[in-house]
Write a protein that binds this ligand. Structure first.
Ligand code: FES
Length: 104
């Protein structure tokens, strides 16, 4: 299936250092606005399906609120147990005031 850019938010809705969970089809996706850009990951912890974006964000490291696994939101990499598998990431761009996620 061809990937397309989908507008998910206005840039002003996601201040620097914060995130917003959007739904793309049935998948919750968390969009992050960090110092060096915009990032998006599945909002589903690979340990046990927790809503990972509800956890604490320090820099680019996100801690799952369920059991404390950490992920790099830039790469999706699992950084600590109990998660071992990465979360999916998606390209993000801002066009004018529209935050867009590349989604297929
Ligand atoms: S569900 Fe995220 S650490 Fe267990």
């Amino acid at each position: 299936m061809k990937a397309t850019w989908t507008t998910v938010a206005r840039a002003g809705e996601i201040p620097l250092g914060s995130s917003k969970v959007v739904r793309l089809e049935d998948m919750p996706v968390a969009v992050f606005h960090l110092d060096d850009g915009w990032y998006a990951i599945d909002d589903v912890c690979t340990h046990d399906g927790g809503p990972v974006a509800e956890g604490q964000l320090k820099g680019c490291v996100l801690e799952c609120p369920r059991h404390g696994a950490t992920f790099d939101v830039k790469t999706g990499a699992a950084l600590s147990f109990p998660a071992v598998a990465p979360v999916a990431t998606y390209p993000v761009r801002v066009v004018g005031d529209e935050v867009q996620v590349e989604w297929s």
